[in-house]
Write a protein that binds this ligand. Structure first.
Ligand SMILES: [Zn+2]
Length: 123
């Protein structure tokens, strides 16, 4: 038994409309309603939590630059953050990879330049 919100008359829970004033009576299912509210709250909480978690995970190019200049540090950043800050970790890891390749290429080109300089082919 529920009460009509308009006239206050008793309404059977199976009835959708009040039999006296024909006002639509909201189906009273308090348990389900509470559950949906809890579900919404927990979902809302989870989403806000993930937002907080991703505040510092901006995937800033700075991490890429650090990784590029210091590939070992970039690699360490990637290893430390690859679960908690995946965007930053990805940038640092990518920077480290590019930095490492650049250093390897640079080190392999340098002797070639020295060779040219010795024989005065290259100024
Ligand atoms: Zn009524």
């Amino acid at each position: 038994m529920n009460k009509c919100p308009n006239c206050g008359a008793r309404v059977y829970s199976k009835d959708r409309y009040c039999q006296y004033c024909k006002t639509e009576v909201a189906r009273p299912r308090p348990i389900e309603k509470d559950q949906s509210q809890i579900t919404y709250r927990s979902y809302h909480y989870d989403s806000s939590k993930s937002e907080i978690q991703s505040i510092n995970d901006t995937g800033s190019i700075i991490w890429g630059i650090i990784g590029f200049l210091f590939p070992i540090i970039g690699l360490l950043i990637y290893m430390i953050w690859h679960t908690s800050k995946p965007k930053n970790a990805q940038k640092a890891g990518l920077g480290a990879l590019i930095g490492f390749i650049a250093q390897v290429v640079g080190l392999s080109i340098l002797p070639v330049f020295s060779f040219f300089r010795i024989f005065r082919i290259f100024p």
